[in-house]
Design a binder for this molecule. Sequence first.
Ligand code: PEP
Ligand code: MN
Length: 340
Amino acid sequence: MIVVMKSQASEEQKTKVKERLISLGFDIHQSTGVNQTIFGAIGEPDGQITEMLISMKGVQHAYQVSVPFKLASRSFQPERTVIELPGGGRIGGDEALLVMAGPCSIESHEGLFEAARAVKDAGAKVLRGGAFKPRTSPYSFQGMGEEGLSILQEAGKTFDLATVSEVMDTRQVDLVANYVDILQVGTRNMHNFSLLKEVGKSGKPVLLKRGLAGTIEEWIMAAEYIMSEGNYQVILCERGIRTYEPWTRNTLDVSAIPLVQEKTHLPVIADPSHAVGYRDKVTPVARAAVAVGADGLMIEVHPDPENAMSDGPQSLYPDQFQNLMNECGQIAKTLGRQEP
Ligand code: PEP
Ligand code: MN
């Protein structure tokens, strides 16, 4: 349930409400806005408890939330979340379009540094690169593991870029969190509840991709898992869902972007690379995502895509990425947003 305190409520009144909720067995999460404090109380509410809370001093409103997600909802936090990243990037709310880019996999020191230089020059704020890869075949390249993470960390420091990399397993969370700024949960793991809880405990911002057959509500509930561990720094990523259409790798659900921004306060980005799967369609689809108001983009860029060890066909050449940044920047500007 949600308990909204009056703007003039005293600290003592807030403490009393909090203590009452705890004594009733609720788990309390607090959202402190500019004007108001809101408590998200996770437990089993009923009408009697609601009435009792409304009668307490300093309480403006108390109600049961009709959607199954609480902490991600706008009722818990009306203002949109802004996440600050190392390297000066900020994402969410009215912030500038934030772009994460780099190769699908980290393959070598030289290759990643070349990619990092290119994406930095074009205006990206976050360097991506997978070290643990979720490949369809166990015989495909599985990623460089810790060695790759160390290269990613060095490249991030060298080019003053924040870094993001996928974590596939609960046993890898501490290791990956030691090297990167943002933990990525991939599409295949959106329903891995143990992993969601573990990244929730890490304290690092989490990039949560939508499951390839996940509904919007299931996706937000996955974010709720992370947030229920006390980590509110969740960035949602629409990366295309599986449909009956075989001519693209997946189908970008463009309408999910403004919908999720309305239902939650979290930043929402789009990954057109994994959605379409073909290099020449990435930029047009990225433009569409920015036009509907995405807070950012994740784009695969490779200095030599023809020899990439994973996802070469959808990886942009650096000059194509520069072009994408120019075009998406113009759209952002037309919509009254800052360019990347
Ligand atoms: C990736 O980002 O390289 C990746 C594997 O993404 P997804 O989980 O969206 O397939
Ligand atoms: Mn990839």
